[in-house]
Design a protein around this ligand. Structure first.
Ligand code: VG1
Ligand code: CO
Length: 555
């Protein structure tokens, strides 16, 4: 019989533990029989879904999105949802999903993305659940989903004819649980409208008409259509301001991670000398990350957060000031110094956007950021790549209106002069054997007792620990969030295992030193941090334990 809820027998998998941001696996893993269905059912079983509730569904357009969307629609109907909102062609950026959930008060949302991980048939796929505040499900939920996924014995579905998700509009179905509708929405307009309420588009338009050149790289990922609407249609930037704006299922074979290594084409343009554009930016697979560049100049994400906080009142949405700021633990302390000056609180949370949600809901913070190219504010509950780009453009537009010039490099240098520079770098060792990565972490932890007081060249260890976070809003505690070696002069080295990789382990080393001497503030970070890098390798014995002689990615 058609449209009848079916109960399908299944068996649990042991590897569906959500990481830093949802469940990410190779496409082939997701293609195993019942694998996707099990995870979706475990989410639905963890939530108490009110009958007739609305679910938002969308993804970054990568391979397997369309299949997953049809599966989720069918399972949502069988599990008591009354409506599903789907982005046209199944495409919704992560911040757009967050906005849709909030704007239309949907019960929650499913985001189909492995973010900055490579896509395509042989690439990665991922799925993440966001709750009704628009933010990633907290650990309390993801832990329960994982527990359920191991012991699941059945899931529910209703077989529908494939829903046409390319065409805007509503399709109604009858199931034996009642009426069910699928609405295909154009989320680009909603998102662009939201941006227009936050930023001074007239000022940005003037800046872009003044000869100020920008270049935005969507990396063949989800932000392409959004960038077209915002920069070209609404801000009248020339088409030549955009590159790689056609989303593709495998990101055109690239790695949709906006950093100096994987956004090499944009970096080459921005570092091409006197004729380089004045402003460059890129975003990742699902549109929540941002990289900011000036003419021949790179802005570290940690500095970007600090500059945005320091200049927030130049932007209409934040003109009356910001309540507080938050950063992930490995993010540099640059924003902390701004918070001191502004006399607002600064919170330090573990890596992952899910830890900011409670603080934003409680009105404690307005701006948040991570060193991994993530910045955003309480306008949504996700990090937001294009928001950060528009924030920078708005601040630059105000500088242009005031001084007749707008330069990213000048702004950064002035910022360092005022606050000092938190020289910062991250070294990633990707896809190394898990045992070797664990051995490195154990080796460092084994020295927790002996390290304090020890001198290494110019640096002396003050203390070390494995970072724990106590959430002041819901009282939850998250342990083992990264090993910190804190030096007496405020410098630090952090070691952490990634929770988003899908091959072996990825070890991240975060290095930070504070520089007040204006003559040394302009040094290349790798040169300024050379001694710290050596100390990190010495303490961790990384080369001996992993066999890796150099990092895969340096930021
Ligand atoms: C990385 C980043 C983290 C970010 C996460 C999700 O996690 O370090 O800051 O929140 O990716 O971002 P990890 O565990 O690999 O270090 V995204 O844009 O991939 O959703
Ligand atoms: Co992302």
């Amino acid at each position: 019989m058609q449209n009848q809820v079916q109960t399908i027998s299944t068996h649990g998998f042991n590897d569906q533990k959500p990481g830093t941001s949802g469940l990410r696996k190779k496409v082939q893993v997701f293609q195993q029989t019942h694998y996707l269905e099990n995870f979706v059912q475990s989410i639905f079983d963890t939530l108490e879904v009110p009958l007739g509730a609305t679910l938002t569904v969308g993804g970054d357009g990568r391979y397997y999105n369309r299949h997953a969307i049809q599966t989720i629609i069918e399972m949502a109907a069988a599990n008591g949802f009354g409506h599903v909102l789907v982005g046209q062609a199944g495409i919704l950026s992560t911040p757009a999903v967050s906005h849709i959930i909030r704007k239309y008060h949907t019960f929650g949302g499913m985001i189909l993305s492995a973010s900055h991980n490579q896509g395509g048939v042989h690439g990665d796929f991922g799925i993440k659940y966001n709750i009704s505040n628009g933010g990633p499900a907290p650990e309390k939920i993801t832990d329960e989903v994982f527990a359920k996924s191991k012991v699941i014995t059945q899931y529910k579905t209703v077989k529908f004819a494939p829903v046409d998700i390319n065409t805007l509009g509503k399709t109604e179905f009858e199931t034996d649980r009642g009426k069910f509708t699928v609405q295909v929405i154009d989320a680009v307009q909603d998102y662009a409208d939201l941006m227009q309420t936050l930023f001074d588009f007239t000022a940005i338009k003037k800046l872009l008409a003044s000869g100020f050149k920008m270049k935005f790289d969507a990396m063949h990922a989800v932000t392409g259509p959004y960038a077209q609407e915002i920069f070209v249609n609404r801000l009248s930037a020339p088409e030549s301001s955009l590159m790689n704006c056609l989303p593709s299922e495998d990101f055109n074979g690239g790695h949709p991670d906006p950093n100096l290594t994987y956004a090499a084409d944009l970096v080459a343009i921005m570092f091409s000398g006197a004729n380089a554009p004045d402003f460059g930016a890129a975003s990742d697979g699902d549109g929540d990350r941002n990289m900011i560049l000036g003419k021949n100049f790179f802005v570290t994400p940690s500095d970007s957060l600090a500059v945005l906080a320091a200049n927030a009142t130049l932007v209409p949405a934040y003109a009356s000031g910001i309540a507080g700021v938050a950063r992930s633990m490995p993010t540099s302390g640059a924003v902390d110094r701004v918070a001191v000056k502004l006399n607002i609180p600064c919170y330090e949370t573990p890596t992952g956007w899910k830890f900011f949600g409670n603080l934003m809901d409680a009105g404690k913070v307005t701006l948040c950021g991570e060193e991994s190219f993530g910045t955003s504010s309480s306008h949504v509950r996700e990090k937001d790549g294009l928001w950060a780009v528009l924030f920078w453009l708005n601040v630059l537009a105000q500088k242009y209106a005031l001084d007749g010039m707008a330069s990213v490099e000048t702004m950064l240098k002035a910022h360092w002069l005022e606050f000092g520079r938190n020289v910062y770098s991250r070294h990633d060792y990707e896809a190394i054997p898990t045992d070797a990565a664990n051995a490195v972490m154990q080796h460092i932890k084994g020295q927790f007792e002996s390290l304090p007081g020890q001198k290494f060249g110019h640096y002396q260890v003050g203390s070390c620990d494995d970072f724990s976070y106590h959430d002041s809003i819901d009282g939850s505690v998250s342990k083992n969030q990264g090993v910190r070696i804190l030096f007496v002069d405020g410098s630090r080295i952090v070691f952490r295992l990634s929770g988003t990789g899908t091959e072996g382990a990825t070890l991240r080393i975060y290095l930070e030193a504070y520089e007040t001497d204006s003559h040394k503030q302009h040094l290349d970070a790798q040169i300024a941090l050379a001694e710290m890098i050596k100390i990190g390798l010495q303490i961790s014995q990384l080369v001996a334990l992993t066999g890796c002689v150099s990092p895969t990615v340096i930021t």
